[in-house]
Ligand binder design. Structure first.
Ligand code: FAD
Ligand code: NAG
Ligand code: NAG
Ligand code: NAG
Ligand code: NAG
Ligand code: NAG
Length: 527
């Protein structure tokens, strides 16, 4: 401990002056980095288990361990010169210092779910700082708060909360392998966000290591930076090492339902109604729709569109039934369409497991991942029937993975647009996530082309000026930083993700990282 303190002081006083990297070969970068790292750590210490070079047998398994879009497993995708897997904060400080010194870019990875692989792919020589070893979760039940390290997954967080209390939860996403580091810095919504807001709305403190290697908490980083990392994406500002979050109360039992209708069964009119009903339902009820293509004996072409109306209610079926009959009688829900379960069972259920699965599946970090390209949109006026019919026609042509329509409203309409960088609040009926699977390299362009055509098709029906999108569903089609990142260029995607908050993000960026060290294709340009 004593040596580490001495080294820390040494780091912050003498070494964190900017050293401009000179161009050199890739091997030169690596050697420089390794030597630097070893020197900073001291002879009594070891880089074994912390740094993995391309020659290490663990390099490939670690790199692949959290690639959650198989598109980026392709051999043509550039790989990091080195992977650093810090065991403590000092390792992160040293990794930042040495990558600056040796001219390597840094990519920060927590759960690896970035849709465009930005946490582990770059086109210049780079290293990955992968935080999977830093994933402790400390819960304070008296305060109803928790400190969660960035490398933890949502599954690990939900599991840890359940072990302390069955009547507490956290309003974050459904997929259990998603990382806390990326998810909370980009927003993060799930089945109780109409009641409690986004994951990022429930952060009360954070720990970040800035470009100078300083470890900052909320007080030390100041309210501008603390604002920026709650929805503006972490990767532009520093390495977020932990979040302090507010736990939220959940009932001991919740109710779920999932009913499907095909076109024959009136799916189009039901969906049309859903658009205005779902955002106005009580906050305790989350009713999203998942739209896919299924086989049909009766319809032309042997295929039909199927809409599933799937819900979670923070209450009992007895209270939910009259509520549904009053607000959405057309759906024809009956008492035996509801399943009662505990909150944590609903977490399993919405993560794609059976509600009766052992809770330990939430701790699994491995998962098979498809190769995909995705997009998002926000809808402010209901899509008219003819618009829906055109959409279904396109779906039947492509047979894509199910589209997900997420209702807003509830508390989301009560939080101001500038409260955090996430601007999609009042006035949104719902968000859409749509994607295509890219089964083979040969077929990929055709499917991506279809997705872009669909994006064009939806233009009249979705948000305009700007056409908004969700940062955590990253889409490089919206624009990328070119050369020297400029604010003007960044507007092409910055306004879509952040709307009026983009300018403040760019000002914070200029303050905390004026040299633009933390950068990627869609990092915030300094203004
Ligand atoms: C299968 C799947 C299901 C999903 N479900 C949902 C959902 O239900 N709700 C929802 O809102 N979103 C969902 N998402 C999107 C998800 O929220 C984002 O992809 C999120 O950014 C992932 O975080 P990560 O840590 O896993 O990803 P990473 O790829 O590790 O990181 C994503 C971005 O954040 C940066 N970053 C990561 N960690 C840090 C850190 N510690 N400090 C600074 N920057 C950091 C990375 O550099 C990168 O730019 C889902 C994604 C997938 C693939
Ligand atoms: C290496 O240094 C770190 C940080 O100072 C310390 O936590 C760790 O115990 C040291 N390991 C060894 C083997 O000395
Ligand atoms: C932040 O860190 C400073 C310096 O270590 C400390 O004095 C302060 O109490 C911390 N703030 C919080 C909210 O923990
Ligand atoms: C809903 O309940 C009714 C009546 O029991 C039943 O016929 C129908 O199949 C149920 N629907 C679903 C999707 O479970
Ligand atoms: C993940 O690991 C578990 C436990 O080792 C195993 O049962 C499961 O099949 C694995 N899943 C995948 C997708 O590899
Ligand atoms: C990048 O652009 C900014 C603003 O136009 C300018 O001040 C800066 O010198 C440029 N940096 C480089 C490396 O070109």
């Amino acid at each position: 401990m004593a040596t580490s303190m001495v080294k820390l002081a040494f780091l912050s006083i003498t070494v964190f002056i900017s050293i401009f990297p000179s161009a050199s070969t890739s091997a030169g970068h690596d050697k420089g980095f390794l030597q630097c790292f070893q020197t900073m750590l001291g002879v009594d210490n070891t880089t074994s288990g912390v740094i993995f070079t391309k020659t290490s047998s663990s390099y490939e398994p670690i790199l692949k361990s959290s690639i959650r879009n198989a598109r980026f497993l392709d051999t043509s995708v550039p790989k990091p010169n080195l992977i650093v897997t810090p065991h403590n904060l000092f390792h992160i400080q040293v990794a930042l210092f040495c990558s600056k010194k040796s001219g390597l870019q840094v990519r920060i990875r927590s759960g690896g779910h970035d849709y465009e692989g930005l946490s582990y792919v770059s086109h210049v020589p780079f290293i990955i700082i992968d935080l999977f070893n830093l994933r402790s979760i400390t819960i304070n039940m008296d305060e109803e708060t928790a400190w969660v390290e960035s490398g933890a997954t949502l599954g690990e967080l939900y599991y840890a909360i359940e072990k302390k209390s069955e009547v507490h939860g956290f309003p974050a996403g459904s997929c259990s392998t998603v990382g806390v580091g990326g998810h909370l810095s980009g927003g993060g919504f799930g089945t109780i966000f109409r009641k409690y807001g986004l994951a990022s709305d429930n952060i009360i403190d954070a720990q970040i290591i800035n470009v100078n290697g300083k470890i900052l908490n909320r007080t030390l980083m100041g309210e501008d930076l603390f604002w920026a990392i709650r929805g503006g994406g972490g990767s532009s500002f520093g390495v977020i090492t932990a979040w302090k979050i507010k736990l939220v109360p959940v009932p001991s039992k919740v109710a779920t339902f999932d009913v499907s209708r095909t076109l024959d069964q009136g799916a189009t009119t039901l969906f049309h109604k859903w658009q205005t009903i779902a955002p106005k339902l009580p906050k305790e009820l989350f009713l999203h729709t998942v739209v896919g293509v299924t086989n049909s004996a009766s319809e032309e072409g042997g295929k039909t569109v199927v809409v599933s109306f799937s819900g979670l209610y923070l209450g009992t079926p007895e209270n939910l039934l009259p509520l549904m009959q009053n607000s959405f009688a057309e759906l024809g829900l009956r008492r035996d369409n509801f399943t009662e379960m505990t909150w944590i069972q609903s977490v399993l259920y919405f993560a794609g497991f059976s509600k009766d699965e052992s809770l330990e599946v939430l701790l699994r970090r491995n998962q098979t991942s498809p190769s995909f390209k995705a997009k998002s949109d926000y809808v402010k006026e209901p899509i008219p029937l003819h618009g829906l019919e055109g959409l279904w026609k396109m779906l039947l042509l492509e047979n894509p993975p199910p589209f997900i329509f997420t209702p807003y409203g509830g508390i989301m309409s009560e939080i101001s647009e500038s409260e955090t960088p996430f601007p999609h609040r009042k006035g949104n009926l719902y968000g859409i996530q749509y994607s295509v699977n890219l089964v083979s390299n040969e077929e990929a362009p055709k499917h991506i082309e279809w997705l872009r055509r669909l994006h064009a098709y939806l233009a009249p029906y979705v948000s305009k000026f700007p056409r908004q999108a969700y940062l955590n569903y990253r889409d490089l089609d919206l624009g990328v930083n070119r050369g020297n990142s400029s604010y003007e260029n960044g507007k092409s995607w910055g306004l879509k993700y952040f709307n009026c908050n983009f300018e403040r993000l760019a000002r914070v960026k200029a303050e905390v990282d004026p040299g633009n060290f933390f950068r990627d294709e869609q990092s915030i340009p300094p203004l």
